[in-house]
Ligand binder design. Structure first.
Ligand SMILES: Nc1ncnc2c1ncn2[C@@H]1O[C@H](COP(=O)(O)OP(=O)(O)O)[C@@H](O)[C@H]1O
Ligand SMILES: [Mg+2]
Length: 249
C-alpha cells in the first residue's frame, strides 16, 4: 500500500515528537507496521482511522504501555521507546485513555490528585488544580462528589483534567467523544480548544474526522496498522477518499 502525502513542503518548526518506522505486536501478531509521523511543538495533531486501525496501540506505545519491536520514538530530542510509563510521564507526556478509566468510588478531587503522582507534579498540585478548575469549573463545583456519580461528559472532563495535573507538554487523548451524545461532545471539544490555546500540544485520536479536524491543523489516517494518508485539515477534508470512507459523502 502506498502512502499518499498531501503535506506541503514548507519549512518546519521545532519537532516535538518523532515516530520512526515503529512496528508493534500483540504476542506474535503484528498490528503496527512501520509507523512514521511527527508532530511539531504547539500543534494539535489528529490520528484518524476506523475501529481496529491501530490508533490506541500507537498511544499505548508512545506512553510506554507497549514496547515496539522496532523503530524509534523521540520526544523533545530524547529517545523514549522502551522507557517505563512513569519515565514517559516525567518527560512530559500525559495519556488520557480510551473509556476514561475514572475511579468511581473516589471523589473528583481525589481522581485529579492521582494525576499528579510524580514528585515534581505533586509539589505544584495545588496550583495546577486551580488551573484545571479554571478550565473546568464544573469539576470544582463537584470536587467532593464521587466520580461514579458524574455524567459521561463530566467524567471525560475529569479524565482530561487528571491528565493536565501532570502539567504535560503533550496531551494525548484517545477518542474523547466515545459514547457521548453530540451536544456533550461539543462541550468537551470546546474545552480542548481552550487547552490548546493555553499552549499544550495535543495528539488526538478520533474516529470522528470532522470533530478532530475541527480543532487540529493536520492529521494522519491509519488503515490496517499503516499510515495511509496525511495532510493539513483543508486537504484532508477535500480528499475524495476521506469524503467517501469517513464522512459518508
Ligand atoms: N490486547 C490486545 N491483544 C491482541 N490484539 C489486540 C489487543 N488490542 C488491540 N488488538 C488488535 O490490534 C489492532 C489495533 O487495535 P487498536 O489499536 O485498539 O485500534 P483502534 O484504537 O484504532 O480501534 C486490532 O486489530 C485489534 O484487534
Ligand atoms: Mg482505540
Amino acid at each position: 500500500m502506498t502512502r499518499r502525502s498531501l503535506r506541503p513542503t514548507w519549512g518546519r518548526v521545532l519537532v516535538m515528537l518523532r515516530i520512526d518506522k515503529v512496528d508493534v505486536s500483540y504476542g506474535s501478531v503484528r498490528v503496527l507496521h512501520g509507523i512514521s509521523f511527527h508532530m511539531d511543538k504547539g500543534e494539535c495533531l489528529a490520528l484518524l482511522g476506523s475501529n481496529g486501525a491501530g490508533k490506541s496501540t500507537i498511544l499505548k506505545t508512545i506512553s510506554g504501555l507497549l514496547n515496539p519491536d522496532g523503530g524509534s520514538i523521540v520526544f523533545m530530542e530524547e529517545r523514549i521507546d522502551h522507557l517505563p510509563t512513569f519515565e514517559v510521564a516525567k518527560a512530559g507526556i500525559a495519556h488520557v485513555p480510551e473509556g476514561r478509566r475514572v475511579f468511581p468510588q473516589l471523589s473528583v478531587e481525589e481522581n485529579l490528585d492521582m494525576g499528579s503522582y510524580l514528585p515534581e507534579a505533586k509539589k505544584q498540585r495545588k496550583r495546577t488544580k486551580e488551573w484545571v478548575y479554571s478550565i473546568f469549573p464544573v469539576l470544582e463545583e463537584r470536587r467532593r462528589q464521587m466520580a461514579g456519580t458524574l455524567s459521561g461528559g463530566e467524567q471525560q472532563m475529569m479524565a482530561i483534567g487528571r491528565g493536565l495535573m501532570l502539567k504535560p507538554r503533550l496531551l494525548m487523548l484517545d477518542e474523547p467523544s466515545l459514547g457521548l451524545a453530540p451536544i456533550i461532545t461539543d462541550g468537551v471539544y470546546e474545552k480542548l480548544g481552550e487547552i490548546r490555546k493555553q499552549g499544550v500540544s495535543i495528539l488526538l485520536v478520533e474516529q470522528d474526522v470532522l470533530r478532530a479536524l475541527g480543532i487540529c491543523d493536520r492529521g494522519y489516517v491509519l488503515k490496517n496498522g499503516r499510515i495511509h494518508l496525511e495532510g493539513a485539515r483543508e486537504q484532508l477534508l477535500a480528499d475524495s477518499e476521506i469524503k467517501s470512507a469517513y464522512l459518508g459523502m
